[in-house]
Design a protein around this ligand. Structure first.
Ligand code: GLA
Length: 773
């Protein structure tokens, strides 16, 4: 079936499982008809909102037609002034008038995708529909683009406004898309948060009125991710209708979802219109960022899979596209600013290399006067007191250990206490006549200036090229105050230009973007950085919510996830090493702690984890991810690969007298037989408190030095649980071995723990090797 069809003034866009339809009505307006299951051109009339009579006070568009009003017409891209009183996706002022009547002129079908000047967008569309609209009075033209990605059920939309009139107009708002849906009982799912608490899912039933999502911190922000979902009330993870939206943009954004008195939901997204004023002279144009839209009739997991496949295939680029990401060790949580080259080699790199880690990352603190976060940003000279011989010599030593070498930079920021600021104070973003406003003691560089962009490109490329750098962690640690509207948009375009010049030219470099954790986890950054540091919060229990929230919109191959020390630096929570690994495995695994402080037992455990992860890395990073239905106190994640599934049950808290507990696995062949085996790990002796006196020949103090010492070397191997069941039984859920009750212990008892977790590997019976059988 053709991706784009046009007949009798009806446009039908098709992906593998989804259709999108609209038509040109007798007045030249675009009437939206359908965004849902696959359908036919002949279905157009059945989707049309039928009106036999208008509300008493409605404005009729045509005095000779008393049943036609734009207020109750579902539209493709509405405007203001001709009877539509819903929120308009466009606001442009032509000498005091905001009226706009955009009507159809013509269309084009373009092979493949199109490019936006100065902004990244998705690539690899099969074809793009371009619909030309214009206002016949003021000669403002609007081009609507629909790029079709059939395999992933995605339609990417954007638009371009062109002033073909003679007068200068003032543009205040131009959304990337607008969509009018006739569906009832909808729930909005958005991803709200803060530093250390990113992408927490919030759900709000949509009643009458307007709901907004947005950012005014200068970046896409941890406060509100630009991605969101609208679902039917009854939709769950595995069934029901859901529509997903996201923006390929990293600056201030805005989305709104409103429901009017006719039951029509208008959804729109784009660059934030707050304080946005752009003067558009005759002949000038403004291009919006691209928005992506997807639909699934198969629940939220189906919707997420569309997003995941799309991002892996059409957003992420470079040599790292669809490539397994290396396991890394990062210096930050273990050492902060306080390190010497010897520490890095002895306490991190050498141990890490033995454990099977593949990439060493030197985080903040290696340059200029950077001994705290008060100074040094802007400078790139290596601190030779910390790293005698410089970055090149460290990189050589790391490479000799068989590891890749990575390094942290924060090029968009500048400290007043830096050599750069002394020479170029004008590089800092600052409002003339006002005080400085610092965030993490730093100012932002003015990326709208070409000389600032050149400075960053020159220094970062030199750092990479002169020191054989394999990986860059690009950080950005403050919000942007006093700069909004067009200036913010220009800053973001400046940032994209810099990233383009550095990274598109160096596709071999693995770029991980970071912004105080996940303050800029968005599709714009993913066009340059194949992975993003999800959060500074590495507490595994907090990570369940953060990574779960991210998983609705982004694939696991994009999420940086590290095992750090316990108790955790921010929550002070004690968590078992296996849970810290088990959550980090559902992402790009790394370790971020002083490895020399790990006990021999934990080091051996971490080595076992790394070995397991490498064996199943393709499944973890690129398998189909499912949020398996949530039970009280548990959260379950699944990845389904070509030959295996891996399901982990994360426990929040333990209760006395536990009831049976089930393992559910989705997406298997119901008629085939499978073997299920839990991942091996060790319980440390300290976990058992005084119970160890049941097995020791002499009475010992469970809190004493002896148990402490033994716990560093010896533990209790957890019982490996083994089950066999059909795909159908696993889909429904099989009952697991009993949990410890305090009344006895044998080889089939599972030991529960607050914050404990169990990871299960599921393979088809005939694929399990003789030895494993
Ligand atoms: C930010 C990042 C951290 C670390 C520090 C270094 O907070 O999110 O991962 O790189 O900066 O200063």
């Amino acid at each position: 079936m053709d991706a784009i069809q046009f007949k009798n003034n009806i446009f039908l866009l098709n992906t593998k499982n989804v259709s999108y339809m609209f038509r040109v009505d007798r007045y030249g307006h675009l009437e939206h008809l359908h965004f849902g299951r696959k359908c036919l051109l002949s279905d157009a009339e059945s989707f049309s909102y039928k009106k036999k009579i208008l509300h008493g006070d409605t404005i009729a568009f045509d005095k000779k037609n008393d049943v036609y009003s734009l207020d109750s017409l579902p539209q493709e891209y509405a405007s203001y002034g001709t009877g539509d009183f819903n929120e308009a996706p466009i606001e442009i002022e032509d000498h005091g008038s905001y009226t706009l009547d955009l009507t159809y002129d013509s269309y084009e079908v373009i092979d493949g995708d199109t490019k936006i000047s100065g902004l990244p967008n998705a690539y690899g569309a099969v074809s793009t529909l371009l619909v030309h609209l214009s206002d016949k009075v003021n000669h403002l033209h609007l081009d609507l683009y629909y790029a079709i990605y059939p395999e992933e059920n995605v339609i990417a939309r954007r638009c371009v406004l062109i002033n073909k009139g003679k007068r200068v107009c003032s543009l205040h708002k131009l959304m990337s898309f607008s969509l009018d849906l006739c569906e009832d009982d909808l729930v909005l799912m958005d991803f709200f948060g803060a530093w250390d608490k990113e992408t927490h899912l919030y759900e709000r039933p949509i009643s009458r009125g307007t709901y907004t999502i947005g950012s005014r911190v200068g970046f896409s922000s941890a406060k509100n991710n630009p991605g969101f979902i609208v679902r039917r009330r009854e939709t769950g993870e595995d069934r029901g209708k859901a529509w997903g939206f996201n923006l390929i943009y990293s600056g201030n954004h805005y989305s709104s979802i409103s429901k009017n008195e006719y039951g029509i939901h208008r959804i729109m997204s784009g660059v934030s219109p707050e304080r946005f004023h752009l003067s558009l002279k005759s002949g000038e144009e403004f291009e919006t960022p691209e928005a992506i839209m997807t639909y699934s009739p198969d629940g939220l997991n189906g919707l997420s899979q569309n997003f995941h496949d799309f991002i892996n295939e059409h957003v992420v680029r470079s040599d790292w596209k669809k490539k397994e990401r290396p396991i890394l060790i990062n210096s930050w949580e273990g050492f902060g600013f306080d390190f010497k080259k010897d520490d890095l080699i002895k306490k991190l790199a050498k141990i890490a290399a033995k454990m099977g880690v593949e990439l060493f990352v030197l985080d903040d603190g290696w340059f200029g006067r950077r001994n705290s976060d008060k100074r040094g940003l802007g400078d790139y000279n290596c601190n030779l007191k910390k790293i005698p011989g410089g970055i090149g010599s460290l990189s050589d030593e790391i490479h000799k250990l068989g590891l890749l070498f990575g390094i942290w930079v924060e090029p968009e920021a500048i400290n007043i206490d830096s050599a750069l600021y002394e020479k170029h104070p004008e590089y800092a973003l600052h409002e003339e006549g006002r005080d400085f406003f610092f965030g993490r003691n730093e100012l932002l560089m003015d990326l709208t200036l070409p000389e600032v962009r050149d400075y960053i490109v020159d220094n970062v490329t030199k750092l990479i090229d002169d020191n054989s750098v394999d990986y860059i962690k690009w950080d950005m640690n403050r919000m942007m105050n006093a700069v909004s509207g067009v200036y913010n948009h220009e800053y973001i375009k400046g940032l994209y230009e810099v990233l383009e010049r550095i990274f598109i030219a160096r596709p071999q470099v693995l770029f991980e973007s970071c912004s105080s954790g996940g303050n800029r986890f968005d599709l714009g950054m993913l066009c340059y950085s194949p992975q993003i540091w999800s959060s500074d919060d590495t507490d595994p229990i907090e990570r369940i919510d953060i990574q779960k929230g991210l998983s609705y919109l982004y694939p696991l191959s994009t999420m940086g996830a590290h095992v750090s020390a316990s108790p955790h630096m921010q929550t002070l929570r004690h968590t078992p090493l296996e849970t810290r690994f088990n959550i980090s495995a559902y992402g790009c695994l790394g370790y971020e702690l002083d490895l020399s402080l790990l006990s021999p037992l934990d080091r051996a455990e971490a080595t076992r984890q790394i070995e397991f992860y490498k064996k199943h890395r393709k499944t973890f990073q690129y398998g189909k991810f499912c949020r398996v239905s949530r039970e009280d106190d548990y959260e379950s994640f699944e990845v389904l690969g070509e030959e295996e599934a891996i399901v982990t049950k994360f426990r929040r808290s333990v209760h006395a007298v536990p009831i049976y507990d089930k393992l559910c696995v989705e997406g298997l062949n119901e008629e085939k037989d499978y073997k299920v085996e839990s991942r091996a790990f060790i319980h440390t002796l300290k976990r058992f408190g005084n119970l160890i006196n049941f097995v020791t020949p002499v009475k010992v103090n469970a809190d004493g030095k002896l148990v402490e010492l033994i716990s560093k070397y010896r533990g209790l191997e957890a019982n490996i649980q083994k089950y066999e069941a059909s795909g159908a039984a696993l889909e429904d859920g099989i009952i697991l071995d009993p949990l410890f009750l305090g009344t006895g212990y044998n080889e089939s008892i599972r030991i529960p723990l607050d914050y404990g977790s169990d990871m299960y590997l599921i393979k088809e019976k005939k694929n399990v090797s003789g030895k494993e059988k």
